[in-house]
Design a protein around this ligand. Structure first.
Ligand SMILES: Nc1ncnc2c1ncn2[C@@H]1O[C@H](COP(=O)(O)OP(=O)(O)OP(=O)(O)O)[C@@H](O)[C@H]1O
Length: 502
């Protein structure tokens, strides 16, 4: 049997799966199985079409939960006998044992699901051997999988479905993968941050957040400046920009939980915000003044009444009363073309660029939006994200400026942003560049102090200094998978392509 490369065989036996006879092989790296009475001869060898699962994608191997008596085939004693074809054998009911193997498989981009493989043998010794050695191999080879997680559930996130989603989709996955959990249901704002600041976290291998971007921001403020504990985000919030930016815009609770089980980690940049040389916050997604700042300030009081819809209502209202903001920006521009997208195994994020001797520049102008993006901020509403060319761990922020424009032009920008933000960046009144360090001073606005949208929290400051901190936080994720674009055209207003994915 030709196995996956380096897949040294540990166990190999004949089992029935759905009443069909299979050769099942557990190796050092993969579990493989193929139908014994199928295969084609090629160059004198018999080749089978095999199914294969990497070991790190197996959650558990355990005794089948149902009763131990089931339909089996009598007389299955030797491998050679089985290979000669079992179809002619009469079926009788004999006591036997089954083991179930739970593994994850990719349904489509960003979406992972659980599958169950039930392997049955009339010999309880074979099944017991598989249960024993299978669990041993999992223990030995799934070293990246966390053993103990501290879980925070925000019961008011998004449509308040955090607790239900956790019980239904996340808890069973962690239980199956033998991950111990300590669950905290947050009782008030900053509850998660305070626990992370004050608890001994050496007992845990990771933090799991069941909520949205606000809960993630709280966790960052609790963990930084010096924690390497990886975070997982189970998307249950209204926007879920962090979860969608690190796992893909279609990620759901079960897929995010399965990413934890896989144990892959990447590092994310965080930017530190200073007001008058005092560190006031870390930001992980978007810091924005102008339209998005005003929108947030208007939406927050409507949270209780409108829930997720508050952003639509506040967005429309803010568009009607739109105003421009005069800003002075001092920044260190990185001399590169802003056109590369961050995907799995990103080269830009693994490169060590020296940005220490960059020339300082200054601009002053009226803007409709001034935003600093640390990550792409993908979400189900904007699958390419507000900043499609932001990288997760390159140490740079992307600045997006929408210069003063008419309401119609701004609406066109918003539509393009939702459909495919790469087209929004091509509009003549939109500018974008990368930086590692930027100072922004709001010179005049109709309100006394401007509203900054800092990861969904309103910050009221006239001038801010933002410095990037490279790869400050580890997360359980693999990066966004690359998906081929379709060629379907959308409407002429947004001049975008009608893709779902980026
Ligand atoms: N028990 C609680 N009661 C009130 N507020 C809470 C509680 N737990 C957390 N919070 C706060 O709720 C805010 C919103 O949480 P979260 O980000 O999880 O949901 P969301 O705003 O619906 O999602 P998103 O940020 O993705 O739009 C956060 O600022 C967090 O600090």
């Amino acid at each position: 049997m030709a196995l996956a490369v380096n897949n040294e065989v540990v166990l190999e036996n004949i089992f029935t799966i759905n009443r069909i006879c299979y050769n099942v092989c557990l190796g050092e790296t993969h579990l493989e199985w193929f139908e014994t009475n199928e295969g084609i001869f090629e160059n004198g060898d018999l080749h089978h079409s095999k199914k294969s699962v990497p070991i790190e994608q197996i959650l558990c191997i355990r005794e089948e939960c149902k009763g131990s008596e089931r339909n089996c085939f009598s007389g299955l004693h030797s491998r050679s006998y089985l290979l000669s074809g079992y179809h002619s054998l009469s079926q009788t009911v004999v006591p036997c044992l089954s083991a179930e193997i739970w593994y994850m498989h990719k349904k489509k981009a960003d979406r992972w699901r659980l599958k169950r493989l039930v392997i049955t043998s009339p010999h309880d010794t074979i099944v017991s051997k598989w249960l024993h050695f299978g669990q041993e191999i999992l223990r030995k080879h799934v070293i990246k999988r966390p053993k103990r997680l501290l879980i925070f559930i925000n019961p008011i996130s998004g449509s308040k479905s955090g607790v239900r989603k956790f019980r239904k989709c996340v808890e069973p996955v962690f239980r199956m993968a033998n991950i111990e959990t300590v669950v905290v249901r947050t009782k008030h704002k900053n509850h998660c941050r305070d626990i992370l600041k004050n608890q001994n976290l050496s007992l845990y291998d990771g933090i799991c957040l069941v909520g949205g971007d606000g809960l993630y921001s709280e966790a960052i403020h609790g963990l930084l400046p010096d924690s390497s504990l990886p975070i997982s985000i189970i998307p249950c919030g209204s926007t879920n920009a962090v979860a969608c930016s690190i796992c893909g815009p279609k990620v759901d609770a079960i897929s995010a939980a399965l990413q934890v089980v896989r144990g892959c980690q990447i590092s994310l940049d965080v930017s530190n915000i200073y007001a008058e040389d005092r560190l006031i916050a870390h930001h992980t997604c978007m810091l924005s003044v102008g339209y998005f700042g005003d929108l947030l300030a208007r939406a927050e009081p409507w949270r209780r009444i409108l829930g997720k819809r508050r952003y639509d209502a506040a967005g429309f209202r803010t568009l009607l009363s739109m105003r421009s903001t005069r800003v002075r920006i001092t920044y260190k521009k990185i001399p590169d073309v802003v056109d590369s997208v961050c995907h799995e195994n990103c080269l830009r994020c693994s490169r060590e660029d020296d940005n220490s001797s960059l020339e300082e520049r200054r601009i002053e102008r009226n803007v409709a939006v001034f935003s600093i993006f640390t990550i792409s901020c993908r979400c189900p509403m904007s699958t390419t994200g507000g900043s499609p060319y932001s990288h997760l761990g390159d140490g740079c922020a992307v600045i997006l400026i929408v210069n003063e424009c008419s309401r119609f032009q701004f609406l066109r920008f918003l539509i393009a942003l939702a459909k495919d933000s790469t087209n929004a960046l091509k509009l003549p009144y939109v500018e974008s560049f990368r930086t590692t360090d930027v100072k922004v001073e709001v010179l005049a606005a109709s309100m006394d102090t401007p509203n900054w949208n800092c990861d969904g929290e309103v910050v009221r400051e006239r001038s801010l200094h933002v410095k990037m901190e490279r790869k400050a936080i580890n997360v359980f994720a693999n990066g966004v998978e690359k998906v081929e674009k379709s060629n379907k055209k959308c409407c002429s207003l947004c001049t975008s392509r009608a893709d779902d994915d980026f």
